[in-house]
Unconditional design. Structure first.
Length: 121
């Protein structure tokens, strides 16, 4: 089976302007946990995680003469990665179906990308 990354992206401005209370967010958390449980039950679960706010990012660039470490994200963008699932699926169609369910659960856009296949040694 192939592995796919289902990444959840959010608009930074919308996230910053989100004034929902924890009580209002609780149904989203519960929907995501139900989705996670289904992934586990179906044997598709590999790993998942939510990320801290983009303001916590640190970028490391060691492509020159000396490493450079800077606060903040690598790319200046209106959208940033907020979390992800790594799943196993028979094919892209199955991964897309999982992404549809994940998008509904987390109330966000989900990008689907296959992992590279490692060549046999």
């Amino acid at each position: 089976m192939a592995q796919y990354m289902l990444s959840v992206h959010g608009n930074v401005d919308e996230i910053a302007a989100d004034t929902r209370t924890m009580e209002e967010l609780q149904p989203v958390f519960e929907a995501v946990e139900r989705f996670n449980s289904r992934l586990r039950e179906e044997g598709a679960w590999v790993f998942a995680g939510g990320l801290q706010e983009i303001t916590t990012a640190t970028t490391v660039d060691n492509t020159g003469d000396a490493p450079i470490v800077t606060d903040g994200p690598f790319a200046e963008s209106k959208e940033h990665l907020g979390g992800f699932w790594v799943i196993e699926a028979a094919d892209l169609d199955v991964a897309l179906q999982w992404a549809k369910e994940g998008s509904q659960a987390c109330q966000g856009k989900v990008e689907v990308r296959p992992f590279q296949v490692e060549p046999d040694a």
